[in-house]
Ligand binder design. Structure first.
Ligand code: MLT
Length: 231
């Protein structure tokens, strides 16, 4: 018999669905004690839990928002489709960049973090979509840390990045991203007005502790006294 009343569990489940930030990504959100939020973007085959320790290492007080890429390549999550190694499906990349930007804006409202203090932290495929956010939807970010990034696309319209700080960490022996590609990305961002710092590490495509320490000091410079004491 229909009573007209939905079971309480269903109603509650629907309510939770309504309350999730839209457009939706599987994600982790960990509130912090500072205004800054790190948007953590994993590499191919990663997930929303991968970069949480990295986020904590970079800023132990920041909130962490970590979505999982929605594209599956042989079962491995990514943030956008590629046709081959380093050859991207540009329409998909544009759509996914906008979808991710809308998610970050919705998540700021939903969780109540400052929408103007979001720093992207991306590794590899995650760094490439972070670079795409800088080029297509820069209003979402206040700064970006890009580990092993390449030029994701050249936008039709140059973005205005005059108040944007960007840190790029490259591996001198990276078999996927040649040094010339890192330089090309830095030039594209600088031409749009960004304040870009590039650091080269004697490393391959994998992240090293030197990358993490250098990015951490760039994000929050250590107090002057301590800096003098450092080797
Ligand atoms: C990409 O597809 O974004 C780059 O080739 C990096 C990678 O995920 O291997």
């Amino acid at each position: 018999m229909q009573t007209g009343h939905r079971p309480v569990a269903t109603t509650f489940a629907n309510l939770l669905l309504v309350m999730r930030p839209r457009p939706d990504f599987i994600h982790e959100f960990i509130p912090g004690s500072l205004e800054r939020t790190l948007l953590l973007l994993h590499g191919t085959g990663g997930n929303e839990r991968d970069l949480i320790p990295l986020g904590r290492e970079l800023d132990s007080n920041a909130s962490l928002l970590s979505p999982r890429g929605k594209v599956l390549e042989n079962g491995m999550p990514r943030f956008f489709r590629r046709l081959a190694e380093g050859v991207f499906d540009l329409q998909d990349l544009k759509n996914r960049t906008n979808e991710l930007a809308d998610f970050v804006a919705a998540a700021a409202q939903h969780y109540g973090f400052a929408a103007d203090k979001v720093v992207a932290v991306g590794y590899s495929n995650g760094a490439n979509i972070a670079a795409s956010l800088l080029l297509l939807r820069p209003e979402i970010l206040s700064a970006a840390i890009l580990f092993r990034a390449m030029v994701p696309l050249v936008p039709d319209k140059q973005p205005k990045l005059s108040s944007m700080r960007v840190w790029i960490g490259a591996g001198t022996d990276d078999p996927i991203i040649p040094t010339s590609e890192t330089k090309r990305l830095a030039e594209l961002l600088r031409k749009a007005g960004a304040d870009v710092t590039i650091r080269h590490f004697p490393a391959g495509h994998g992240l090293t502790m030197s990358d993490v320490e250098a990015a951490r000091d760039w994000l929050t410079p250590p107090p002057l006294k301590l800096r003098k004491a450092l080797p």
